[in-house]
Design a protein around this ligand. Structure first.
Ligand code: IMP
Length: 186
């Protein structure tokens, strides 16, 4: 049986993180060249659900993943706007916004939409509590990894190996839910 899952992303880091998890369940993750459909919405679930509804059903399951960093002292900003905020003010800008903050709590969220060959869609989510560090630390990973330190460790995502990040990460949690769902369904 073909156990390929297509992913609509050009972000190689996301693929690097998700592929080994899916592989432990026997699935092979393959990038697919699909049009980027991204609406602005209040939740990641809405963003990926919309995209899943608007991509064509293919002969293999297709997934779309969206992530966001929700900072408590900023009332959840940048959240669903994380992509734009990373491109504009970046890690440095988030640190500046938090200069006076005493509460540096943040949550990283991931939402994955699955579109099956029959056209059904399902959503899986994962979240990781943590804090925004005082300074960027580490060189691994991507995006806000150097300033996000998950609960239960003194390392930022960027100071971790890929395997370590997968022990903590929002994306790993959502990916495992997806893999368990597909396994139970097959
Ligand atoms: P995207 O829309 O899912 O690509 O994510 C929005 C933004 O959040 C991206 O531009 C990244 O900068 C950031 N981001 C997403 N996932 C992660 C992660 O796992 N670590 C750090 N930053 C991330």
């Amino acid at each position: 049986m073909d156990k390929t899952i297509l992913i609509a992303t050009k972000n190689r880091y996301k693929i690097q993180e998700m592929a080994p998890i899916l592989e432990t369940y026997g699935y092979k993750l393959q990038p697919a060249d699909l049009p980027k459909i991204e609406i602005q919405a209040d939740t990641l679930q809405e963003i990926v659900a919309y995209a899943a509804r608007h991509i064509p059903a293919l002969d293999k399951p297709v997934i779309i993943e969206d992530a966001g960093l929700f900072v408590k002292a900023l009332k959840g900003f940048p959240g669903p706007y994380s992509h734009y905020v990373y491109q504009t003010i970046g890690c440095k800008g988030i640190l500046q916004l938090l200069q006076q903050a005493t509460d540096r709590t943040a949550v990283f969220q991931s939402a994955i939409a699955l579109k099956t060959p029959t056209g059904d869609t399902y959503i899986f989510t994962g979240e990781t509590m943590g804090k925004i560090t005082a300074e960027p630390r580490g060189t691994g990973g991507f995006g806000f990894d150097p300033i996000f330190q998950p609960q239960g460790t003194d390392k930022t995502y960027a100071e971790m190996t890929l395997q370590e990040k997968n022990l903590y990460s929002h994306r790993a949690k959502a990916t495992k839910k997806l893999a368990e769902f597909l396994t139970a369904k097959s």
